[in-house]
Ligand binder design. Structure first.
Ligand SMILES: CC(C)(COP(=O)(O)OP(=O)(O)OC[C@H]1O[C@@H](n2cnc3c(N)ncnc32)[C@H](O)[C@@H]1OP(=O)(O)O)[C@@H](O)C(=O)NCCC(=O)NCCS
Length: 148
């Protein structure tokens, strides 16, 4: 398997949105991907296998802080290091990153394991943050400044 990671273009939006829809009960709209593409603070990177997107990450970079808004890998491609590669590619895209943060559903053990493997730590809880189904978010952060 030869996975290539690159920024997505308008042409990829449909495929990326299908991944989002398959992976999340409370998924964002197709239009929101197009809007995000035009947001200068946002980057959406996808992992491609033979030109087919199999996972993506959506991040914002503001004042030294990288926020991971969303990350997903289609089921067939999971546990092959793709999410790890996507997070590392986002960090490489913004080498000035001093810290990274994200929210994750309290029940999402797989994602929490992923973030812990990459040295994110749990720093707080946002009560009833998610809908469909309603659930708390755990806030996780990673400090990068000073390590590079
Ligand atoms: C969470 C998700 C993105 C992980 O993607 P992935 O490509 O399978 O993750 P990776 O293969 O890069 O895993 C890296 C590490 O994360 C941890 N991990 C990932 N999935 C795991 C699982 N199901 N159970 C336990 N640990 C897991 C492991 O430590 C793994 O390293 P290892 O395989 O060497 O043990 C994927 O499961 C997914 O898309 N889930 C649905 C969407 C979602 O929940 N997104 C997160 C929103 S906050």
């Amino acid at each position: 398997m030869n996975i290539l990671i690159r920024k997505i273009s308008e042409n990829d939006c449909n495929d990326i949105w299908k991944i989002e829809k398959d992976c999340f009960s409370d998924h964002h709209s197709k239009d929101s991907f197009r809007r995000e593409l035009n947001n200068p603070l946002c980057a959406i990177l996808a992992a491609f296998d033979e030109n087919i997107p199999v996972g993506f990450i959506n991040v914002w970079f503001v004042a030294g802080e990288l926020t991971i808004n969303n990350i997903a890998v289609i089921e067939k491609y999971r546990r092959q290091g793709i999410a790890e590669k996507l997070i590392n590619a986002a960090l490489e895209l913004y080498p000035q990153t001093e810290s990274a943060m994200l929210e994750v559903r309290a029940s999402n053990a797989a994602a929490q394991k992923l973030y812990e493997k990459l040295d994110f730590i749990k720093v707080g809880v946002r009560k009833s943050y998610y809908s469909d189904p309603k659930e708390d978010a755990l806030l996780m952060t990673k400090t990068i400044g000073g390590k590079k």
